[in-house]
Design a protein. Structure first.
Length: 346
């Protein structure tokens, strides 16, 4: 284990996902020094899940050769609605967990400050600090995937609302008479531009004989139509699939244009597996649509880039967020002495 006194100068970023969890240990300069990935196994319940989180962190520290008493703080990117002030994950449907006091648990377990934040916010903050958004005054992040996630960092702060995380860009209504969204509204961006929406439209095109390459590669089962298959079909000449993806980028650009009018971001970062698989098509499509749909005065005020950090965005952002929070909060190092009361249910 690392020697040189008990100075607390290491940080851990943690990404809690529905199927996997990832812990990365960072030194004082935010350089990664150890990592560990495990399956989340959320069905085992929140109490076992918390111990699994702690063990994953300990394994990352062990790989780094760092003793737990050298930890300065732990940042966790979490799914679902959160109580950010008390550090409680209120509801995570994909895990089956409710009212889980992650912050209290980690502060008690490791004797250092811990902070939680929305997982998309963590990824956007990671891009702001270390990726495509470095130097931005206002960074808007949009992540098309199973849904369409969004986040915003404004003058160094993660934009928050009264009840925590905001920037639900996936639920901006871009087609009022469009398909129903899982949230209960009609025509949300997520209902027309998520990977699931694109896959459903692509399956119909394949069934009608308009996408022979996609049909030959994966058939018409929506579950098999992933980002890589869409990219391969487009590269092979399935013009119908390209048009479906372009329609999705048009819709994303409309939502982005609305955010530009409200917040004036200088940088828009697009991430997620779909963007990684079709970077040029998606980034250029969103850029062109946003330019078409903003007032002329805003057309030269922003840039659109692909995300740089990939799967590490959330862990880097979570670690950097707790580091920044502790730098600003004189009481940060004593926060673990004030536990919350929720224990978690599953």
């Amino acid at each position: 284990m690392s020697t040189g006194g008990n100075e607390r100068n290491y940080w851990v970023g943690f990404d809690l996902g529905g199927t996997k969890m990832l812990a990365v240990a960072f030194d004082a300069q935010m350089r990664p020094v150890g990592r560990k990935r495990k399956r989340t196994e959320g069905h085992q319940g929140s109490q076992i899940g918390l111990e699994r989180i702690a063990q994953t962190i300990e394994d990352a520290l062990h790989e780094a050769g760092v003793a737990p008493d050298r930890l300065a703080g732990i940042g966790v990117g979490c799914p679902g609605p959160l109580d950010l002030d008390r550090g409680i994950m209120l509801d995570a449907p994909n895990l089956g967990w409710r009212d889980v006091a992650i912050q209290d648990f980690l502060q008690t377990k490791f004797g250092c400050p811990a902070r939680i934040c929305n997982d998309v916010d963590a990824g956007v903050y990671g891009e702001y600090r270390f990726g495509s958004g470095r130097g931005s005054r206002c960074l808007l992040g949009v992540f098309p995937g199973t849904g369409v996630g969004g986040g915003c960092v404004y003058e160094g702060k993660i934009l928050r609302g009264r009840r925590g995380s905001v920037m639900e860009i996936g639920h901006v209504r871009v087609a009022p008479n469009g398909p129903m969204c899982g949230c209960g509204l009609r025509g949300c961006l997520e209902a027309v531009a998520s990977r699931m929406a694109i896959a459903a439209a692509a399956a119909q095109a394949a069934y009608r004989g308009q996408a022979p390459h996609l049909l030959a590669e994966v058939g018409t089962d929506v579950a098999n139509i992933r980002s890589g298959a869409l990219a391969s079909a487009i590269a092979a000449g399935d013009e119908a699939i390209e048009q479906i993806v372009r329609a999705a980028t048009d819709a994303i650009g409309i939502a982005v244009a609305g955010a530009i009018h409200l917040l004036g971001p200088d940088t828009i970062v697009l991430g997620g597996g779909m963007t990684e698989a079709m970077t040029g098509l998606i980034v250029n499509g969103v850029r062109e649509s946003a330019i078409r749909n903003v007032m002329p005065a805003f057309r030269d005020t922003f840039e659109v880039f692909p995300a740089l950090l990939g799967d590490d965005a959330a862990v880097m952002g979570a670690a950097a967020w707790v580091q920044a929070s502790c730098a600003e909060d004189a009481a940060c190092n004593h926060a673990f002495r004030e536990p919350t009361t929720a224990t978690g249910t599953a």
